[in-house]
Design a protein around this ligand. Structure first.
Ligand code: FNR
Length: 189
């Protein structure tokens, strides 16, 4: 059985992030052949092309972490109906310098949680557009817009509702199958 290294991004810098809580649940519910490492985004300076000739250590670490991954998972809030700036900044760093786009052909999936009813749908739509331009190989379905009411997932990632747990574990199983399909056609070096 192959093991796939999944690098995951939490699109929130909040110390009480519900998306980090969601990421814990996803890791617990994922198939055993997925192994997870968070790719941190909080220490990155704002991207500028001025850095292209000599990336700072945090940005080098970001690109190296993506380089070690077989796939990437984005677990993100919605900010003002779009992608949180910290996450977009990380993607911009990873996509450059020109010709060294870290997301090229990378298997990817997007999910997010909000307290509201639309569960980050618009942020995910924005993110999907960005990842398309970056040529990431996204899982298109299932989509997952998680409306996270208090208590649905405990702080350490236990899902308290059976249908939500089934939905999230199905999502991760589909992601695993998607990774396998993409890497069969487009193996990473
Ligand atoms: C929000 N929030 C929010 N929620 C939403 O459903 N759609 C939105 O467009 C926004 N916009 C927004 C902007 C900003 C700047 C903040 C701080 C918050 C609310 C958001 O869903 C809520 O704060 C979540 O808890 C954020 O996720 P994390 O940080 O807890 O993972």
């Amino acid at each position: 059985m192959s093991t796939y290294q999944v690098g995951y991004f939490v699109g929130s810098l909040s110390s009480t992030s519900i998306n980090r809580i969601l990421s814990r649940a996803l890791i617990k519910l994922a198939p055993a052949d997925l192994q997870f490492t968070e790719i941190p985004i909080g220490d990155l300076p704002l991207y500028s092309p001025d850095f292209d000739a000599d990336y700072p250590p945090a940005a080098r670490a970001l690109k190296e972490a993506i380089g070690r991954a077989s796939a990437v998972l984005f677990v993100t809030p919605e900010y003002n109906r779009s992608i949180p700036g910290a996450l977009k900044n990380a993607i911009d760093w990873a996509s450059r310098p020109w010709g060294q786009n870290s997301f090229n052909h990378m298997p990817a999936a997007v999910i997010g949680a909000s307290p509201g009813q639309i569960g980050t749908a618009l942020a995910q739509q924005s993110l999907r557009g960005v990842l398309s331009f970056c040529n990431a190989r996204q899982m298109t379905a299932p989509e997952a817009y998680i409306s996270l009411r208090p208590g649905l997932i405990t702080d350490d990632g236990e899902v308290t509702d059976d249908s939500t747990a089934t939905f999230l574990s199905d999502f991760m199983r589909e992601f695993r199958d998607h990774i396998e399909r993409v890497l069969t056609v487009l193996p990473r070096d």
